[in-house]
Design a protein around this ligand. Structure first.
Ligand code: NAD
Ligand code: MG
Length: 390
């Protein structure tokens, strides 16, 4: 007797989450079938992954990439292009891993949910920007979002103690942990001297450049507050951030009876990825094991909201709702790109986002077209503000 293996689409296959997903698949040979991959660049790497896993369909950014790739893979590989290609791949697998970075991941999220698939979501930006639309798309029979983001994956596990009623009446609050990033404890004066190299040096996690910069400004944690609110349908006033420099406790749920349930492991994204692939069971391969025969220090402190204003900006965007989170995320993407290109000082990343948010006018966000337009406007405003920088 043979059982069909779940098929997997891995979109954003060449990045940090993408390559760690491949590690998990290698640890489970024969359990999953990787049917499609996609990436923004590094066509040669896509070809190598396709050969190793005998992948039949590949998504690339542009027609020029398709031509390069066609020479590197066998003739029977189907190559699709652009965001329409991403959406096509996302609608045709049992499990869709969205490991694309930024707003470019939106077609993956919407197509996977629209087709009633399991969405293993690393791409927080799409969920944050499209929250009202995602809420509707999740109603599609079969559609489910499982969070790869380690904090949200932890909360997903901690919520197993909840009765799961709408509004989570037995949950007092979600406690998102934050490493604090490379600048934890830095004064505002010292932060003014922060360089790109300082910001790219994360103390506990090794990740792609965008999220690493987001971690240095705490915008990543701000985005994660919005992500948690959208994922678990819980108001941001019941979500708190706790700095935990060791990144061992990945997040916690506090219940109304005072009980706190936490999820622990060493920082290793392959654990949450494996959780999202394996549910309802657990894949039999341990990642991030803790050795309790060695001393283990777990400390907690409150975030410095003055030195890191990104947190307050995110809470404020959440309270405004509608397209405000989309603006926050779009402006942040533009500012982070400028910082990575050495065109902006570190402290001006969040200042740019704040300046864009000052211009936001309430929009309830009722369609995908509306979202794409809001994203474009916020980007344009951010670019305009950047041009005025000295
Ligand atoms: P990364 O920069 O390492 O990889 C991004 C991937 O997306 C690459 O494969 C790239 O080719 C692809 N890509 C970029 N633009 C694309 C486009 N237009 N079309 C198709 N593919 C495109 O980023 P990452 O660190 O792996 O992060 C991916 C997502 O996961 C982000 O949303 C991030 O916030 C989230 N996340 C990452 C981590 C981590 O540990 N890296 C942890 C939690 C959440
Ligand atoms: Mg995270």
């Amino acid at each position: 007797m043979s059982f069909a293996r779940p098929s997997v689409a891995l979109l954003g296959a060449t990045g940090s989450i993408g390559t760690q997903t491949l590690d998990v698949l290698r640890s489970q040979l024969g359990a999953f079938e990787l049917v499609s991959i996609a990436g923004g660049q590094r066509v040669g790497e896509l070809a190598a992954i396709a050969r190793e896993f005998r992948v039949g369909r590949i998504g690339v950014l542009a027609d020029a990439d398709r031509e390069v790739l066609a020479d590197l893979v066998s003739d029977d590989v189907d190559i699709v292009v652009g965001s329409a290609g991403l959406a096509e791949l996302a609608a045709s697998a049992d499990i869709v891993v969205n490991a694309v970075v930024g707003f470019a991941g939106l077609p993956v999220t919407m197509a996977a949910l629209g087709a009633g698939k399991r969405l293993a979501l690393a791409n927080k930006e799409s969920l944050i920007a499209a929250a009202p639309l995602v809420r509707m798309a999740r109603e599609t029979p079969g559609a489910v979002i499982l969070p790869i983001d380690s904090e949200h994956c932890a909360i997903h596990q901690c919520l197993a103690s909840s009765r799961g009623e709408p509004g989570h009446p037995d949950v007092r609050r979600l406690l998102l942990t934050a490493s604090g990033g490379p600048f934890r404890g830095w004064s505002a004066q010292r932060l003014a001297t922060a360089t790109r190299e300082d910001a790219l040096h994360h103390p506990t996690w090794s990740m792609g450049p965008k999220i690493t910069i987001d971690s240095s400004t705490l915008m990543n944690k701000g985005l994660e507050v919005l992500e948690a609110s959208a994922l678990f349908a819980i108001d941001v006033e019941r979500i708190d951030v706790v700095v935990h420099p060791q990144s061992i406790v990945h997040s916690m749920v506090e219940y109304v009876d005072g009980s706190i349930i936490a999820q622990l492991s060493k920082p290793d994204m392959r654990l949450p990825i494996a959780y999202c692939l394996g549910l309802p069971g657990r894949l039999d391969h341990a990642w991030g094991e803790i050795d309790f025969t060695q001393p283990l220090e777990l400390t907690f402190e409150k975030p410095d909201r003055e030195a890191f204003p990104a947190l307050a900006l995110a809470y404020s965007a959440a309270r405004r709702g509608g397209a405000a989170p989309a603006w926050l995320s779009a402006a942040n993407e533009v500012a982070v790109e400028a910082f990575l290109a050495d065109e902006l000082a570190w402290s001006d990343i969040v200042a740019t986002v704040a300046a864009v948010m000052d211009l936001y006018v309430d929009d309830p966000l009722d369609s995908l077209e509306d979202l794409v337009e809001n994203d474009a406007v916020a980007r344009q405003l951010a670019h305009g503000i950047l041009k005025k920088q000295p």
